[in-house]
Design a binder for this molecule. Structure first.
Ligand code: EPU
Length: 302
């Protein structure tokens, strides 16, 4: 989708929103898949209500992009524009054991920044790619921890009421790879409360998690992390592996040889190939195990 109306372009500039026409989403997603559209980069949270009113008044559909690490975007000319937050400088501010973090901050860098100041707890998240906002929305976790455990406050834009709001931690439910946020809520900032721990001890925790991750996940390849959520009491990766599907491919979309719940783009995979691979593997698992795997990857196919 392309914004060409000069009145809208002028209003965007007034709001301090940067317009990047013809952006290839394949450049902004870890899978390296996705078509082309206009990208709007937002520097001031306060401009969001006016921006969304402007888009709605002009019937411009939009989607909100975090770090692009858990996302599969359709091919071709996209029928919506994409909004993305630009992180402020600094994007993490500490106050005792509280870290005030912008949603656009990089998750790994945030964990490291806090660790260097003797604030731990999130060691398992160091290798999880993406933004803090993206991690928050899906309650990202690894190696026995999840970000939701540390959330004390979240600032978000609630599309349903067209307002920026602040929620306290107890008003949000965090479950396995799931939160109570509405699909059109836009994460803006979060306050985390982190336990004090000596940097050396945190580093050791990080080292152990990194080692486990390196030994079991295809880190150097284009992927969206795990494609499916684990069903209660089962491992999607193990089931796919047991069916002999490691290396199974459709076009350039392939089930990783290293971890069967990671699907990798080996070069020029299209969204179509990747979606076919996901559907095919899901069907085989359902036939063999009677379990319907739920996507963990977010799909923008509409
Ligand atoms: N397994 C296999 N074959 C495979 C993959 C796994 O047999 O191809 C077996 C492993 O040997 C192990 C079991 O399945 O006995 C579980 O594997 P793993 O420890 O890799 O954990 P997982 O359940 O597959 C989850 C998260 C990961 C997270 C790791 C570590 C989900 C869907 N995945 O993977 O998160 O990094 O635990 O905590 O919850 C992600 O969400 O994108 C992600 C990568």
């Amino acid at each position: 989708m392309h914004i060409s109306d000069p009145r809208i372009v002028a209003s965007l500039a007034e709001l301090g929103v940067e317009l990047r026409p013809g952006t290839q989403l394949s450049q902004l997603t870890f899978l390296g898949i996705g078509g082309t559209t206009d990208l709007l980069r937002i520097t001031k949270h306060e401009s969001i209500p006016d921006l969304l009113n402007l888009l709605d008044a002009n019937h411009i559909p939009h989607k909100f992009l975090g770090g692009g690490s858990n996302l599969l975007v359709r091919d071709g000319e996209l029928p919506w524009i994409v909004l993305q937050l630009v992180p402020p400088e600094p994007d993490v501010v500490l106050e005792g054991n509280f870290a005030h973090v912008d949603a656009a901050a990089d998750l790994g860098r945030t964990v490291t920044f806090c660790a260097k100041r003797d604030l731990g707890g999130m060691e398992g998240l160091i290798g999880v790619p993406g933004t803090v906002g993206g991690a928050l929305r899906m309650n990202a976790g690894a190696y026995g921890m999840q970000i939701g455990s540390y959330v004390r406050e979240v600032k978000l834009y609630r599309a349903a009421i067209r307002k920026i709001e602040t929620l306290r931690g107890h008003q949000i439910s965090f479950e396995y790879r799931h939160t109570s946020f509405a699909p059109d809520d836009m994460m803006l900032a979060v306050t985390l409360e982190l336990p004090s721990k000596p940097y050396k001890q945190i580093l050791e925790g990080i080292r152990i998690c990194n080692e486990k991750r390196r030994s079991s996940q295809p880190l150097g390849q284009k992927s969206a992390g795990c494609i499916f959520k684990n069903p209660p009491g089962a491992s999607a990766g193990r089931m796919i592996d047991e069916l002999g599907l490691k290396g199974f491919s459709i076009g350039d979309a392939r089930v990783s040889n290293r971890h069967a719940n990671f699907f990798v783009n080996e070069g020029q995979a299209s969204a179509k190939d990747m979606l076919k691979l996901i559907a095919d593997v899901r069907e085989r698992v359902e036939r063999a195990y009677g379990m319907a795997l739920e996507n963990e990857v977010v799909v923008w196919n509409g």
